[in-house]
Design a protein around this ligand. Structure first.
Ligand code: GMT
Length: 375
């Protein structure tokens, strides 16, 4: 199939999922075209059947807001015609599903029919999409998609609760390429980050309020009172400064490393002992799955789709949002005994195997085929 993929090309989970999906589809013989404003961060290899088409928005002083949707839908029209793209798969409803629908209508005028698959990722539904300023357009573009998928059962239920949706929502969970772990560094250069007696706790996110970054710091503060430990904070976002200030206030700044955005997530997870994700809401928690696939147990909140990924008492523990004491207690119970830690590490890895890319990507292929057959 010739598949056009639209996504946010950033470090965010939806962009990562779209990129990994496109790469896997290309390995499976499909011709994949990424259409977005920048080359996706994890798309290192462009090949004979992986292409990137940049959407540029010319600056014009009249516009207070530059019209990205317009530029994207025009680019979609041009690329569908130029490369005979058969299906468009858009990740994150806003504004991608809307722009794709406009492209579809423009193409129909020329007798070309290209169906749209929309994948809902989370904040496009729970935080942004349900805002009254966006809701009518988001409802419309979901209903006009030829197929709709969501990355967890929890997100599907949120979508049905928050929007008046007429079409089926298929749950296709996020996935992980386990073969990447085969090449993990054996020594992980752990010694560069911590002493032999120290446990390494990691958090990776976009440091937005929904991630409850201060909870991460407070949980770590409680952990390091009980056992020697270091905290790795990976990512950039509006809560980072406040988190750095809190570390100083608590006198733990020498035990916390702020990395910023990183392309070396596998390397950081390789030397981590525990991953902390106390989010207010999370449709899936791809970062937790990535940690688990590297054998890192997860201490998380029990919000949204996280319980579909992290299993209480198996791959880690879940607590109510904001229950810092319970999360700290659970973290300490895993970290303070080597046998317990090793058991959780292998259980986390085993749980991650349920989200093997080779099991999940065929589900998208089946949806594409079904959608095309209904045209
Ligand atoms: O976590 C974020 O804020 C980024 C956001 C995104 O759109 O990239 O992540 C969402 O999509 C990921 C991939 O499907 C999910 O794993 C995240 O749980 C989800 N984030 C939220 O629901 C807050």
């Amino acid at each position: 199939m010739k598949i056009g993929i639209v996504c946010y090309p950033t470090f965010g989970g939806s962009g990562v999922v779209a990129t990994e999906l496109g790469i896997e589809l290309s390995k499976r013989g499909h011709d994949v075209h990424f259409i977005t404003y920048k080359q996706p961060v994890r798309l290192e290899l462009l090949g004979s059947n992986v292409h990137f088409h940049e959407v540029t928005v010319p600056e014009y002083p009249l516009f207070h807001y530059q019209p990205y949707e317009l530029a994207l839908s025009s680019k979609l029209v041009d690329m569908v015609k130029l490369h005979n793209i058969e299906i468009l798969h858009v990740h994150y409803a806003i504004p991608h599903a809307y722009a794709a629908y406009m492209a579809k209508k423009m193409l129909q005028e020329e007798g070309i029919y290209v169906p749209i698959v929309t994948t809902l990722h989370g904040t496009d539904i729970t935080l942004v999409g349900s805002h009254p300023f966006y809701k009518p357009a988001v409802t419309f573009s979901i209903n006009k998609s030829d197929a709709v998928t969501s990355v967890s059962e929890s997100l599907k239920q949120d979508t049905l609760r928050l929007f008046d949706i007429k079409n089926d929502v298929h749950v296709v969970t996020n996935f992980i390429d386990l073969s990447k772990q085969k090449n993990s560094f054996t020594d992980c250069q752990r010694a560069m980050m911590a002493g032999d007696d120290e446990r390494i706790i990691t958090h990776i996110s976009n440091f937005r309020p929904v991630k409850r970054i201060k909870d991460v710091i407070k949980i770590f503060y409680n952990i390091q009172k009980e056992l020697p430990a270091k905290l790795m904070m990976v990512g950039e976002g509006p809560e980072k400064e406040g988190a750095e200030a809190l570390c100083k206030e608590l006198g733990i700044e020498n035990k916390v490393v702020f990395f910023g955005n990183s392309n070396e997530i596998d390397r950081i997870l390789c030397f981590s002992d525990l991953f902390v994700l106390p989010s207010e809401t999370e449709s899936f928690g791809l970062a937790a799955l990535e940690a688990m696939s590297s054998g890192v147990p997860v201490i998380s909140s029990n919000s949204g789709g996280i319980p579909e990924v992290n299993v209480h008492g198996v791959s880690g523990y879940l607590s109510a949002v904001g229950d810092i004491d319970d999360m700290s207690k659970n973290a300490i119970s895993i970290l303070s005994n080597v046998d317990t830690l090793n058991a959780f590490k292998s259980q986390a890895k085993a749980q991650a195997r349920k989200f093997d890319i080779h099991e999940i990507v065929p589900k998208y292929e089946a949806i594409y085929k079904q959608t095309l057959s209904e045209c």
